[in-house]
Design a protein around this ligand. Structure first.
Ligand SMILES: Cc1ncc(C[n+]2csc(CCOP(=O)(O)OP(=O)(O)O)c2C)c(N)n1
Length: 571
């Protein structure tokens, strides 16, 4: 392949040339002294009209990483995030854990403190340059990235960047970590020769062997009550029709258990809600699709004789230290291909009359569930302070086909009806709080024509570094709507205490240390401080109109909005 020659002034300049050439669109950054050569290179390239990944300042690492996460979860395209040496990396790592467990590819990088005390452009010249060095900077993030490396010199730049991006995107995808010493970035260069397109290996999609697919199909066809459980297969939106194909081939109900993505159209008659436990008594074969936790072994779970089939890029979840879910057949590879193969194999074997009968039963259950959920919201509609089911119903009612909902905690999925692939995202299984605000901004950046709603608990809101997130919304023209489900508490923590010590001291005394967020701040003022439109909503019947007002601001004025919705306080 012919190479391309670029005129550059430094390694940093060449790095930006290469990122732009490799299609990296954004460079989310929280800068420090380590950025000096890069900032100089950005300024030069922008002044001379050379391509760059667009630099976006994000004044806290939590929303910075979450923005990259949000952009990629919508587009599939990995972006660059850069933070300041060890201290910035420390703030970012919760978000890296989220990205790792959600299989979001990302080029995470941090400057590395200057190694030399003198003698190089970029040698130490600030007091922090001694204390900010660690013995193993890569080790800070190593457990939650797929690969890490320190860029040692200019000549390896192309190999290293191309390898980083290829490793990040290979399935199961995830973040990689590149540390960039200031001396290397600041080194003077004149020309940079590189291949116009990456030649790093891109492993082709794989699918399980025909024999293993046939074995799984036999098990499913032999079953009277096949069931499908899924959590995250919708990460690949094109896998959703494959899910439908398998469910329809079997006439099997599909449960989105602990779901982080939209995995199956929620208006489809085979969508069986969000709780698999009522099915376990009768299910005699279960397909678990991209789900790290299909049930709790200590809770309601399938019968021991139930046949279990796992479908996932990595059915072992090998990066998890402990995961004991058993399998009769495990089908690795690209789930979209596996599901189609399985659907085809099932179709050739199954009795259509049996499928039709199962489907009729599933349809009746689907209707009944929806009636129950609607009744629950109706009952909650008169409660004061508001019940979260009602808040969720009101939000669910304003979701249209051009809406993306980012849920960090409190939106109750039974009160929405998502059908468009890529329209619903919940927090990572890693549970690093503070993801929602930034993820919503990243989603808006990825899909500027969509309405993006972030539903967050008041706890999640505060973890999201809201001053920084609202600042980024205004600075980068990313108008999103934030709905705070404000119960003045960390209910998740309270629930854990009630479940651990039923009727115990904390429950009996009514005092639950370390779990209240009283006095609640006027969160609406935080959003207004960055030019947003915001209201506190205290009455249930006022919420639908408040949502309409907020959406009008977001869509027409293209300004961020926030509703601080006062909800019932948990005991
Ligand atoms: C970084 C981080 N710190 C702490 C926790 C523990 N944690 C899990 S849920 C939760 C409370 C969330 O509160 P909120 O968003 O208000 O929702 P609620 O539980 O009230 O529904 C906390 C503190 C976490 N998951 N991540």
């Amino acid at each position: 392949m012919t190479t391309k020659r670029a005129t550059v002034e430094s390694t940093a300049d060449a790095y930006l040339e290469l990122l732009a050439a490799r299609g990296v669109e954004y460079f989310f950054a929280n800068a420090g002294t380590d950025f000096a050569p890069l900032i100089e290179a950005f300024a030069k390239r922008e002044a001379t009209g050379q391509p760059v990944p667009k630099p976006l300042t994000v004044p806290h690492e939590v929303p910075a990483v979450a923005m990259a996460h949000g952009f990629t979860m919508v587009t599939g395209r990995p972006q660059a995030v850069m933070v300041h040496v060890i201290v910035g990396a420390a703030n970012a790592i919760g978000g890296i854990m989220n990205a790792a467990r959600s299989n979001v590819p990302m080029l995470f990088s941090a400057g590395r403190n200057p190694i030399t005390e003198q003698g190089f452009a970029g040698s130490r010249d600030r007091p922090i340059h001694w204390a900010q060095e660690s013995f193993d900077q890569g080790g800070l993030a190593r457990e939650f990235v797929k690969w890490d490396y320190e860029l040692r010199n200019f000549s390896q730049l192309e190999t290293i960047v191309d390898r980083a991006l290829a490793v990040a995107q290979a399935e199961p995808a995830g973040p990689v970590y590149l540390t960039l010493p200031r001396e290397v970035l600041g080194e003077r260069q004149e020309t940079f020769d590189y291949a116009p397109a990456s030649r790093a290996p891109r492993p082709a999609e794989t699918v399980a062997s025909r024999a293993s697919v046939a074995k799984a199909a036999q098990m499913l066809v032999a079953a009277s009550h096949p069931l499908i459980i899924t959590k995250a297969v919708g990460r690949d939106p094109v896998a959703i029709p494959a899910m439908v194909a398998l469910a329809e081939a079997l006439g099997a109900p599909v449960v989105e258990q602990f779901h982080t993505h939209l995995n199956f159209p929620q208006d489809h008659p085979l969508h069986a809600g969000f709780d698999a436990s009522p099915h376990f008594g009768r299910a005699d074969a279960i397909v678990i699709v991209e789900s790290d936790v299909p049930w709790f072994p200590s809770g309601s779970h399938p019968r021991p004789e139930t046949k279990i089939i796992h479908v996932a890029h990595d059915p072992l979840f090998a990066r998890y230290p402990v995961r004991g879910f058993e399998a009769d057949v495990a089908l690795g590879g690209q789930p979209r291909l596996t599901l189609h193969a399985l659907a085809d194999a099932v179709r050739g074997l199954v009795d259509p009359a049996v499928v039709a009968e199962r489907r009729t039963r599933a349809e009746a259950e689907h209707r009944q569930l929806r009636e129950e959920w609607a009744t629950r919201a109706r009952k909650a509609s008169g409660e004061h302070p508001m019940d979260m089911a009602w808040v969720s119903k009101c939000v669910g009612d304003v979701v249209d086909d051009a809406t993306i909902l980012v849920n960090e905690y409190d939106f109750d999925a039974t009160q929405g009806q998502f059908t468009v692939p890529g329209s619903y995202f919940a927090g990572s299984p890693a549970g690093g709080l503070g993801w929602g605000l930034g993820a919503a901004l990243g989603a808006k950046l990825a899909a500027p024509d969509k309405t993006v709603i972030a539903c967050v608990g008041d706890g999640a809101y505060m973890f999201g570094a809201p001053t920084a997130a609202h600042w980024a919304s205004r600075a980068h023209a990313l108008p999103t709507l934030t709905v705070i489900f404000n119960n003045s508490a960390w209910n998740a923590v309270k629930r854990a205490v009630h479940s651990f010590a039923k009727g115990g001291w904390a429950a009996r005394s009514g005092a639950m240390p370390l779990s209240d967020l009283d006095p609640a701040p006027d969160y609406e003022l935080v959003c207004r401080a960055s030019g947003g439109w915001a209201e506190k909503v205290e009455k249930a019947d006022a919420l639908p109109d408040a949502l309409q007002r907020a959406l009008k601001v977001v869509r027409e004025e293209r300004r961020q909005a926030l509703l601080n919705v006062i909800c019932k306080r948990p005991a």
